[in-house]
Design a protein around this ligand. Sequence first.
Ligand SMILES: [Zn+2]
Length: 140
Amino acid sequence: MRPRRKKTFDVALGSTNASPNERFRVAFDPMLLVRETAAHLYPKSQAIIFFSVDEGKNAYGATRMENGEAVITIDLLTPLGRVPEILAHEIAHAVVGIDKKHGNEWKKAFGAIHKEFDRRMHLLAKRHPLKRVKPACSGR
Ligand SMILES: [Zn+2]
């Protein structure tokens, strides 16, 4: 009998589940919202997610199986605005199985994650409207 595993999409390093008294909090984390959405829709699925350098596949994301576990890699050079979609794309592969490629099952899973993510985003935006803030410095 295999040990019970946590049915969530964990981020291997740099977890958003950092210490409760962290001093630099993320008020809205779109990657966490993707993970929460996928975990809600597919409670029996799981994957481990790495943010890493491109593994030579010239892709922003990749999913592979390793010892029966889905391993998702998101390239660190992925533009930040694309990461939620790439993550949802790869999680959909983890949910349906990488052998399904981009067939109907994958399209259905990706569409479901996307639709539920959008619904949750709109709810959050109503509760916490974003304000544009003039930066104190450009960071350069
Ligand atoms: Zn794909």
